[in-house]
Design a protein around this ligand. Structure first.
Ligand SMILES: Cc1ncc(COP(=O)(O)O)c(C=O)c1O
Length: 386
């Protein structure tokens, strides 16, 4: 395996004030740490360091959502996900940091050992395991749990309705005094957030990230870039692409397809774009044509497989990268972006655009994988010989 150096970009960037979705995150210890000493290298945006427990891409997706829940005086959030849902854990942690109660409906049975995202959801939120047959009808499941929590005096609202209201003139957001009065009249306001929170609101946090890293003292606005990211639903990639187009940056987003076909990703791209235009059309009408030409370059993974599967040798590859660079990638998501960045880096050496990988996080995912792929992880016990 060849040796890679990475130029660390945006280490420890923190969202310190999430109240306004368009406000820029403030950084500490940012800047380009260019450890260039002749080894092949690419840049990496360390969004994995945004928060110790919340995935980078989940933090970005909640960046615009949680402030709206707060503005609308939500007291409880109900959402759902798989047993090892990074989204559920992110909601649980973000809500508890703001004094909001979270209720996580997780698919299937409680595992024997609580670990990874499942453990964090359990520690920070209120977890209910839902049989798969009931989970299949997510809408009904979420609504009936929210109704149960609301009791006779509480209110239930879908986040999508908050989003709609926030864009109308009378957006339903309350002043400080109104919130106090509201709380005493309505002890509970239950907000239902869809699985993954992957809708239009999720794009705002990604656009904010692009705006931040395009500042002159970070990546700047002039040089052509290839931004590489791993794609599950594809929302993160579309958000990056939208940010780049809206800001007129010469950046191309390359997304490694992990969970769907190219047609599926293109449909998702269209769906998100039309939703974004519907909500924010006025702000982006200057670049409608650009956006319609497509935002994301969708590519196959270097070693394609069924989503979620780990191939032999990949855990060791992650170990090798960690030992060499100090950066942890996981075999399901970020290893895919890493491998693609190394491939594209070869083209950069021949005069192509600068390669920048967005590290979307996923550290806690390793713990769930270690339970599922016991034999691969046991191989680590013998260590690396080099
Ligand atoms: C570490 C990591 N990277 C990437 C993704 C995929 O993000 P998206 O669904 O926005 O494509 C996820 C989703 O769970 C993730 O946990």
């Amino acid at each position: 395996m060849s040796n890679w150096m990475v130029k660390i970009l945006c280490q420890n960037c923190l969202i310190e004030d999430g109240h306004c979705p368009t406000q820029m995150p403030k950084f500490t210890n940012h800047g380009l740490m260019d450890k260039d000493d002749g080894e092949p290298s690419f840049f990496i945006v360390r969004d994995d360091l945004l928060h110790p427990l919340i995935n980078g891409n989940k933090a970005r997706k909640l960046d615009g959502l949680i402030p709206l829940v707060e503005d609308h005086s939500g007291t409880h959030v109900v959402t759902c996900g798989g047993c090892q849902s990074a989204h559920a854990a992110a909601v649980a942690v973000s809500c508890s940091e703001r004094g909001i109660k979270s209720h996580l409906l997780l698919r299937g049975e409680q595992p024997e050992i609580l670990t990874g995202y499942n453990l964090m959801s359990t520690i920070y939120g209120n977890v209910t395991y839902v049989p798969r047959s009931l989970y299949a009808n997510r809408e009904k499941m979420l609504k009936s749990h929210a109704d149960y929590l609301a009791g006779s005096s509480g209110n239930v609202i879908w986040f999508d309705d908050i989003m709609e209201a926030s864009l109308s003139e009378n957006d339903g957001a309350m002043s400080f005094l109104q919130k106090d009065a509201y709380r005493s009249d309505h002890p509970r306001k239950i907000v239902i957030v869809n699985e993954g929170a992957g809708d239009v609101v999720a794009l705002l946090g990604l656009i904010r990230l692009v705006q931040y890293i395009s500042q002159n003292h970070i990546l700047g606005k002039e040089r052509p870039l290839k931004l590489v990211v791993d794609a599950g639903t594809g929302t993160t990639a579309v958000g990056l692409g939208l940010g780049a187009k809206c800001l007129g940056l010469p950046w191309e987003v390359t997304a490694v397809m992990l969970a769907d076909t190219i047609d599926g990703y293109r449909r998702q791209e269209k769906r998100l774009i039309s939703g974004f235009k519907r909500h924010f059309g006025l702000q982006i009408d200057h670049c409608f044509d650009e956006i319609d030409r497509g935002l994301v370059h969708w590519v196959e993974r270097c070693h394609p497989r069924k989503f979620g599967n780990v191939l032999e040798g990949e855990v060791e590859a992650c170990q090798h990268i960690a030992q060499q660079t100090g950066i942890l990638v996981d075999p399901v998501y970020t290893l895919a972006a890493w491998e693609m960045s190394t491939v594209l880096r070869e083209q950069e050496a021949e005069g192509g655009a600068t390669v920048v990988m967005l590290h979307t996080g996923g550290t806690l995912g390793m713990f769930g994988l270690a339970q599922r792929y016991k034999s691969y992880f046991s191989n680590l016990k013998t260590g690396l010989f080099n």
